[in-house]
Design a protein around this ligand. Structure first.
Ligand SMILES: Cc1cc2nc3c(=O)[nH]c(=O)nc-3n(C[C@H](O)[C@H](O)[C@H](O)COP(=O)(O)OP(=O)(O)OC[C@H]3O[C@@H](n4cnc5c(N)ncnc54)[C@H](O)[C@@H]3O)c2cc1C
Length: 289
């Protein structure tokens, strides 16, 4: 079930992102989350990959376990930084052997504390090279997704340059994109407008991050350059505990409702391996799906 193809159909896609847990207890908790979210009939679920290969085996194991134990369409994230092309082809071949048909092709960020990691000579410096590597070695077998950035990628000198490289990923064979988190839909609408004007016509799925733990999400947002509106920051800071969490969930709900009114092709939830926020949001948006 190729995601690029499904997203071209009429149905609005709902999808969930998980990260590979560190131990067996957290893994069981993740599988409970997956069980809780299954009734929402997601188009696909995805599993992140630690850049530099830090979760290489764990990502693979979780992807395979989801494939084996559920009927969900699962996509593996793969980052190229720190891997040789040979490594990448080996990982991709293993996914192919398991019947995994969807890959989110990423560059990744060098993990903190490992800044001296060298890109191998026979490696990929940017996601576009990974997209090419996949197409050159596996033809059309994989449906390839790539990341895109409504507020521009944090290392980009400007939006034009970022969109220029986004277009290269599409021309290399990406058939859909999932965006970085954003907390003000205007960034997304403006971005999609610019991207379409450049002739990029693949489906662009907004990435939704409900603010359930303010200090954690504020850290993530600042690392990737996503702006949290000041009014929202003040509201959350004035609240505490459950109340603060509810404000974050309510904000994400309003974002989703507005995105659906603007006819997005889907919503991709960064779940942080928990189901409650996503389930609460879903209840309030299902009438729009
Ligand atoms: C939905 C989503 C899921 C993600 N999942 C993961 C994950 O599982 N694991 C993980 O480690 N990270 C993940 N990330 C984060 C991602 O790895 C980082 O944002 C990373 O900094 C950039 O990755 P990219 O694939 O967009 O890189 P690229 O497309 O390579 O872009 C990186 C930067 O280089 C520039 N650039 C691109 N091509 C070129 C070129 N040819 N020459 C010069 N400059 C160029 C771009 O403008 C940009 O500034 C995810 C991001 C998103 C949005």
């Amino acid at each position: 079930m190729k995601i690029g193809k499904i997203l071209r159909e009429d149905r609005i896609s709902i999808s969930f992102e998980f990260f590979p847990p560190k131990d067996i207890v957290s893994e069981e908790a993740l599988f409970q989350t997956i069980k809780n979210l299954r009734p929402l009939e997601p188009t696909f679920v995805s599993v992140t990959y630690g850049a530099g290969g830090t979760t290489r085996e764990r990502t693979k194991r979780i992807v395979f376990r989801i494939k084996k134990e559920t009927d969900l369409n699962v996509m593996a994230h793969l980052t190229c930084i720190g891997h040789t092309k040979r490594d990448l082809i080996k990982i991709l071949s293993e996914y192919k052997d398991m019947g995994i048909e969807n890959i989110l092709a990423l560059r990744g960020d060098i993990p903190i504390g490992q800044e001296d990691v060298k890109i191998p000579e026979d490696g990929c410096h940017h996601a576009v090279e990974l997209v090419r590597l996949i197409r050159d070695n596996f033809g059309d077998y994989f449906s390839i997704g790539v990341a895109s950035y409504p507020e521009s990628h944090i290392e980009s000198p400007n939006m034009e340059r970022d969109i220029y490289y986004f277009k290269q990923k599409v021309e290399a064979g990406a058939s859909f994109s999932i965006t970085q988190m954003f907390f003000d839909n205007e960034y997304f609408y403006r971005y999609v407008d610019l991207v379409r004007r450049e002739g990029i016509d693949i489906p662009i799925i907004p990435g939704i991050m409900p603010i359930t733990n303010f200090s954690q999400i504020r850290r993530f947002a600042s690392l990737c350059g996503a702006t949290i509106p000041e009014t929202l920051v003040r509201k959350i800071e004035r609240a505490s505990g459950e109340e603060a969490k509810n404000i974050g969930i309510e904000h994400a709900t309003l974002q989703c409702q507005d995105l659906l009114k603007h006819k997005v092709k889907g919503l991709h939830f960064f779940t942080l391996n928990k189901s409650d926020a996503t389930l609460q949001i879903y209840k309030k948006i299902k009438e729009f799906l």
